[in-house]
Design a protein around this ligand. Sequence first.
Ligand SMILES: Cc1cc2nc3c(=O)[nH]c(=O)nc-3n(C[C@H](O)[C@H](O)[C@H](O)COP(=O)(O)OP(=O)(O)OC[C@H]3O[C@@H](n4cnc5c(N)ncnc54)[C@H](O)[C@@H]3O)c2cc1C
Length: 557
Amino acid sequence: MPVTHRLTAPAPGWTTATDVVVVGSGVAGLTVALNARRAGLRVMVVTKAMLDDGSTRWAQGGIAAALGEGDTPEQHLDDTLVAGAGLCDEDAVRTLVTEGPDAVRRLIATGAAFDRDAAGEILLTREGGHHRRRIAHAGGDATGAEISRALVSAVRSDPGIELIEHALVLDLLTDADGNAAGLTLHVMGEGQRDGVGAIRARAVVLATGGMGQVFSATTNPAVSTGDGVALALRAGAEVTDLEFVQFHPTVLWLGPDAEGQQPLVSEAVRGEGAHLVDAGGTRFMLGQHELAELAPRDIVAKAITRQMQLQGAEHMYLDGRHFGAEMWERRFPTILASCRAHGIDPVTEPIPVAPAAHYASGGIRTDLSGRTTVPGLYACGEVACTGVHGANRLASNSLLEGLVFAERIADDLAARHRAGDLPERAVDVAAARAARPVPLPAPEARAEIQRLMSRGAGVLRSAASMADTAAGLALLTGTAYTHVAEEKPADPRVETWEAANLLLVAAALVAAAAQRDETRGCHWREDFPERDDARWQRHLITTLTASGDLVSTPEEQ
Ligand SMILES: Cc1cc2nc3c(=O)[nH]c(=O)nc-3n(C[C@H](O)[C@H](O)[C@H](O)COP(=O)(O)OP(=O)(O)OC[C@H]3O[C@@H](n4cnc5c(N)ncnc54)[C@H](O)[C@@H]3O)c2cc1C
């Protein structure tokens, strides 16, 4: 199937070519790049800002893997399936947990230094939903920064990997048979590759991360605007499980009007014994779940939200005063510094916290080799839905997913290359021109989308709240993606392209969340408070039709 829609943009003014083009430079993209390169493929990495500007660098808690004595992949599997609330793909989870420990060892061999005890053993902590200590961490609470540092340094020292920073990827290009054949992008720089251009490639890998910026308050950085999911929808790919957005329970509360990326207070703080309390100091998680503060994230986020509603409060508190200054400084230096920068000292006072959008459990539907439903198009990391997270991601499984499935994509590419199944593709220029240009909303739409989504499609959802949200979103584009809005569309530029992507993924998320009339995992419907396995133990698959409608269809059973 050809690409049916494209962002409004000038025609490419330059073209270059490679074997594999990877979009995104987080743990997923850089791991694909390094491994595809080792297989002898020419690789180009395109990234929107600087190489380390995704979510990866912000990860605090760590990476989960059955590395500890007495722990096994089977126990990790059990915990992952419980968190996923009946919607995990068990084969995908088994792949994750069995290949995970060696993938972490290979990451260490690439140069990532994890925290170790005096005997040199990797230190492991616990996080919500894990029945064992199995979270490896680095720099105390700076795991993502260390992983990013190691991977960036490895790609920078490989001359066979070409890096294009400050380049926003726009849309997929295909050949006449509908195989991925490259992409269009806009380079924000000076020189030969300034402006809109095209990269031809034998395979395209999307590793564009999450979509947290679709909500007002999120832990995700500014680049997490759902571009990969929007691109995939326009290219006719299936996306799935979009309604399952994980809200992190303990995000530093910075006031009622705080917007954009908010500082996270990692679950590892609770893992080390901090308590959730209300303004009166009462621990409200006791008696709600056998793991109390370490219950799965959806349970804790809901409990906090419920307490906030019951007490008319804007936030709850996380109390880690009993750690003492030495432990805060050694174990959680990043969180300590970020709290102090906002005038809160966790050593002497409880930290005000509230839930905020954190992780997209759904994304572009892939198989166990990262292949999407568009031939030649792969997806990896947070942008993908491999099936490992189901209705709710288990803490610290996402860095691991990025690593494990990136390696599998590289293996698949290498095997196809060896078998002569990765030919050069001729871009079908006529089809690319025929794709309908999506009208671009004004840049101010971003904040409006975020407000609408947080109000109607956040932690608490109902049919009425989602109908309001969908109506608000539709107003921002005119009526649908097929028609150019009556008013003059905004000029093509980074802000308007990002706003168009946010609008499309927001509409797709709301379409799925409105249809799933049950409560499951991190999808909480006030009007349908129970889990309904008879009707809903299945995925919703969303596509953008050629006529511009978003359609969410329950998977066949
Ligand atoms: C604050 C925070 C703490 C977290 N803590 C943990 C943790 O402890 N453990 C854990 O397992 N997970 C954690 N996560 C989640 C985890 O960090 C992410 O899921 C993971 O890093 C995603 O990796 P990625 O490679 O898929 O995407 P990212 O690291 O987000 O990288 C995406 C890349 O794509 C680029 N990009 C996006 N759109 C475009 C475009 N149109 N064109 C070109 N480039 C584009 C971005 O610039 C970026 O380089 C945390 C997340 C956050 C935000």
